[in-house]
Design a protein around this ligand. Structure first.
Ligand code: ADP
Length: 486
């Protein structure tokens, strides 16, 4: 096992954090660095008793947490934010070791996730109720905004820190307590965040992290326990559907941030350099492993060849390698299955007539590294058009007109993010309204912003993370009617 050299070695934890304590387990699972297949850490499996304890103590902590003044909650969150930023370098190092992303992106993710805590520490002060008009004299009608209660959550490996903080920050700000199970592939970032929450003085039971490699039985408890009021998930649509069904048995509130199949459209009136820049940001970030990555790149036939040429020269500049190496911009994929899927999608597209412009193979940097790839001549019949690629592969489809491309873009069961590059203002509004996606980026490839509602429509999920919408998802609107007043 290669020990991580951290400025603050306390950040590296290897067991669940429940009710303010680190609880050891009887067996362990390994966290593997995808860049070199070395073991980063062995982590204790949560036991069923500990899991039950996590929920019971979250439920017990609820009252005290809700009764804190907003100032108290906000100042604890602010302290957490500050500690995360003070430890940004180590947190990024842990993240690159377990997930593979380049150091610059890992540093960016830590700051991005922390921003949600800072933002919701402030938003906590604006959880305002309402006083309503009444239908009878002698009555008063109020709407109280109350925390939903205990929140459980399951998060994925592609953003091991930010996907947790986007949920925990509004939940805690609203007065909920929170139990999260991070991906078994990336539990270390989550545990480091728990260590810092504890250091910040967030009370025991308010933020617990349970780690285990057997997601199914843990998920079963998190989605069916009667003391849990809400379940929030980020992950694949297939797993999300199962978890949603499990939540039905006790009618839990749910937020689901699921898969995507983002279209990116480049019109003939676009600034091509801006479009190429946006495509690079949207497509190759995190080696193409984000749910908002451009999955289908539609380019108007008039500018197709120029766009492909320019994209090619930018992609050729990308450096594949271990995330901490100087200048690396594309890290490994998370596991062999992911590399095999990318290979299969490329081979099948080429067999059906697509043209390989660049890349297309495993990269010599290591087993799980894949060359940044460009394919042209993609058609809606190909698997690659209809699957979430989750790899560094730009799949380009030529188009002729706006109506055609909007129809093609919407031709998916997913509806998370979409992008368009154009200089026509009328078109901007038409696209914003007609694209069936929760988010539309115009002349931009990276949209995330703690003030904005991140989330999808159709089978990409429900609920929003960010902004006032993000905190609404953790609040109940309670109607109080007071009668017979003088
Ligand atoms: P991804 O493709 O991003 O890995 P998954 O949906 O497979 O998406 O995984 C996201 C999270 O869901 C991870 O934390 C994983 O452990 C968890 N998970 C996967 N399958 C199940 C399941 N059957 N029940 C509960 N959680 C699951």
């Amino acid at each position: 096992m290669s020990p991580l050299e951290l400025g603050n070695p306390e950040l590296l934890k290897n067991c669940s954090f429940i009710n303010g304590e680190w609880l050891q387990g009887e067996s362990q699972f390994k966290v593997i660095n995808p860049a070199n297949s070395q073991v980063v850490a062995a982590v204790d499996e949560v036991s069923p008793t500990q899991l039950e304890m996590a929920i019971q103590t979250a439920s017990k902590a609820l009252l005290e947490w809700q009764e804190k003044t907003v100032d108290e909650r906000a100042s604890l969150l602010s302290k957490w934010f500050e500690l995360i930023m003070t430890n940004q370098s180590d947190l990024a190092y842990i993240m690159t070791a377990e997930q593979g992303k380049p150091r610059k992106e890992a540093l960016g993710e830590v700051a991005y996730g922390a921003k949600y805590i800072e933002w919701y520490a402030e938003e906590a002060r604006r959880i305002n109720g309402d006083v309503l008009p009444v239908n009878q004299n002698g009555r008063r009608a109020l709407v109280l905004r109350r925390p939903v209660g205990v929140v459980t959550s399951i998060t994925p490996w592609n953003f091991p820190g930010a996907m947790i903080l986007r949920k925990a920050a509004p939940a805690l700000a609203a007065g909920c307590t929170f139990v999260v199970k991070p991906s078994e592939q990336t539990p270390l970032s989550a545990l480091a965040l728990a260590y810092l929450a504890n250091e910040a003085g967030i009370p025991a039971g308010v933020f617990s992290v349970i780690v285990g490699s057997n997601a199914q039985p843990i998920g079963e408890v998190l989605t069916t326990h009667p003391k849990v009021a809400k379940f929030s998930f980020t992950g694949s649509t297939a797993v999300g559907k199962k978890l949603l069904a499990q939540c039905a048995s006790t009618v839990k509130k749910t937020s689901m941030e699921l898969g995507g199949n983002a279209p990116l459209m480049v019109f003939d009136d676009a600034d091509i350099d801006v479009a190429v820049n946006g495509t690079m940001g949207s497509k190759f970030r995190n080696a193409g492993q984000t749910c908002v990555c451009a999955n289908r790149i539609f380019v108007h036939s008039k500018i197709h060849d120029e766009f492909v040429q320019k994209l090619k020269s930018r992609v050729m500049e990308l450096k594949v390698g271990e995330g901490n190496q100087e200048g690396v911009s594309v890290g490994p994929l998370i596991e062999e299955k992911a590399v095999a899927k990318v290979e299969r999608l490329i081979a099948s597209a080429i067999n059906s007539g697509a043209r390989l412009e660049l890349g297309g193979r495993r990269d010599p940097a290591g087993e799980l590294f894949f060359q940044p790839t460009i394919l042209t001549g993609i058609t809606p019949q190909m698997d690659i058009f209809n699957s979430e690629i989750f790899g560094p592969v730009a799949a380009i489809i030529p188009f002729e007109n706006e109506e055609e491309v909007i129809n093609l873009a919407n031709q998916t069961e997913y509806g998370l993010c979409s992008y368009a590059f154009t200089s026509n203002m009328n078109r901007v509004f038409r696209l914003s309204e007609k694209l069936d996606f929760g988010m539309v980026g115009i002349n931009e490839g990276v949209l995330s912003n703690p003030a904005a509602p991140f989330g999808g429509v159709k089978e990409s999920g429900m609920g929003r993370e960010g902004g006032r919408w993000g905190i609404d998802d953790y609040l109940e609107n309670k109607y109080v009617c007071i009668g017979n007043l003088d």
